[in-house]
Design a protein around this ligand. Sequence first.
Ligand code: NAP
Length: 361
Amino acid sequence: MTLDKEETSTSKVAIITGANAGVGYGICQRLLELEGDSMTIVMACRSQTRASNARQKLLAQFPYATIDIILVDIGDVLSVLEFCHQIREKYNHVNYLFCNAGILSALGIKWSRLFFYFLKDPVGLMERSDATIQAMGELNPDGMGRVFACNVFGHYVMMRELEQLLSNSGDGRVIWTSSITAEKASFDIEDWQGLKSLVPYEASKWACDLVAIATNDRFIQEGLNVVSFTTSPGVVASNIGSLPTWIIKARTLIHYLFRLCGVTSQNITGYNGAIADVFVALQPLAAVNYWFRYCSLSNRWGKAYVEAQALEEYDPEIAEKLLQKCELAYQAWKKNPKKKMEEAQEHEAHQADSENLPLLS
Ligand SMILES: NC(=O)c1ccc[n+]([C@@H]2O[C@H](COP(=O)([O-])OP(=O)(O)OC[C@H]3O[C@@H](n4cnc5c(N)ncnc54)[C@H](OP(=O)(O)O)[C@@H]3O)[C@@H](O)[C@H]2O)c1
């Protein structure tokens, strides 16, 4: 069931990027469980087929749910701008924006490192991507660091484009899915798009934390009724990193074993991993604090709960610098999207030339 603009003027609206799988799908389930048919879910996904399949599955569980699909490639600024245009056409307000879609660009596993960490710090190994070889220096067709563009900048543009609608709801919330692996040491403001980083994924997740917290100052200054939060889904056995299925399956078994031994980060399912996102969205504002990262955890029997973690390494100066860089890039797109597109196409042609790849039309 989908509603028109007038009908949705009274119901709550939640946008979830990457809603078709993993944590994003878990967010949809939890929202529908708690808010039922008083909420319109907007699945912001890049594949019509994957989104429709996920929508069907949700409708089988929640037959009266109102679920809309609007396609977006979060790593492509023009696609994000078009998505936001469609949202503004369709909805008067947005209550929740879940900045959840994400990628980890993995080239494979470094087996020697895996065995080393398995002996030295097995829990850390299951929580972090230490043994994963991440692609370095990858650019997207817009000419931006690929992982940063998807995990951070696309969501930054979406937030900027939708913040008035979020404010219209009277209590708009932006929820950034960060990670327990995000830490200050992985991020360098001189390489804010993570192009030289060995761990661009972790760098992008720390950038999510910085943007999520620092943005609140501007919301306050501009009198917007919006608060932005950062969360961690813990460890979820999802497809992120696109590792071979047998590795995911073997890893999942170890996750269960560790959880049984009391390692609380092992949420395993998207549903458990989503508890913190939905918690910060639905709690009264007075009960939550945007200076914390809200973490999804599970006890040994698989019962999920939320814990607030102080971000002691948070550096407001670096956060402000990062916001300025994101804002400049956003303004450049806003001022002249055509020119930015031409630049991106030139860049793409250059890349294709040098790599001898077919050009995108
Ligand atoms: N899994 C973990 O242990 C873990 C730990 C810490 C943080 N996280 C974070 O949790 C979030 C969700 O990850 P997950 O574990 O649920 O992984 P997942 O199952 O791979 O889901 C990622 C979602 O993001 C979507 N997505 C990726 N690139 C996109 C793009 N360019 N445009 C639109 N959508 C895009 C995917 O769509 P497709 O299905 O079309 O690819 C998918 O729906 C991510 O931000 C991730 O960094 C996960």
